[in-house]
Ligand binder design. Sequence first.
Ligand SMILES: NC(=O)c1ccc[n+]([C@@H]2O[C@H](COP(=O)([O-])OP(=O)(O)OC[C@H]3O[C@@H](n4cnc5c(N)ncnc54)[C@H](OP(=O)(O)O)[C@@H]3O)[C@@H](O)[C@H]2O)c1
Length: 211
Amino acid sequence: MAHILILGASKGVGLETAKAALAAGHRVRAFARSASGIDLSGDELERFTGDALDAGDVARALDGVDVVVQALGVPVRDLLGPVRLFSDATNLLVPAMERAGVARLIAVTGFGAGDSRDAIGLLQRLPFRLMLGRAYDDKDAQEMRIRRSGLAWTLVRPGILTSGAATGRYQALTEPSTWHNGRIPRADVAAYIVGQIAEPSHAGRAVVLVR
Ligand SMILES: NC(=O)c1ccc[n+]([C@@H]2O[C@H](COP(=O)([O-])OP(=O)(O)OC[C@H]3O[C@@H](n4cnc5c(N)ncnc54)[C@H](OP(=O)(O)O)[C@@H]3O)[C@@H](O)[C@H]2O)c1
């Protein structure tokens, strides 16, 4: 069983990943600024209040962990302003992991980041740029920093996230020619991440996840 640090564990994919990892028997350090409010229980859960942009918080949180899941997100209301969270947090995280000797990083970015930008359908391109352009430019920088690292990384690029239970019926697409957008429950993204902790078959790969 692994000791997992989840950055962004108070909501969304990070919270679902914490749930799924605990259910699989892992130890979870659940990191967020609002970690004290995380409504999960279990002896293997540690709530860790911290800011992913604070070097001291990140260094302390890395102590003794085997795997890092980076699942940070920006509220919708902030998407139209400048976005630096993804790249700034990653520029801090990657060297901190290298110093701490933690090699495995699973980072949630999104369909449309990096070289999956070319797979966005023609009709979606303009609305995607208008709504998400700033965030995805920053996710591009995040992905580039991770690729430049010596870590055993996986870039997880879900399509449109939905709520609800895991279905187990999703595709993990590694071939660029197969990449397309689609919906996927956060709980399925979490199941994929926990699967990659047990068996890192997609280390060094960028993977699009859709139903
Ligand atoms: N929505 C979609 O359809 C979609 C599609 C593809 C990809 N994505 C990406 O998938 C990822 C997960 O999205 P989501 O909607 O599931 O998550 P989310 O609800 O946006 O959750 C974001 C998490 O990040 C944490 N966080 C933000 N800033 C932080 C900081 N400075 N320090 C520590 N923690 C911080 C938040 O906790 P605190 O606020 O408590 O710190 C929260 O736990 C995001 O990167 C998103 O862009 C989303």
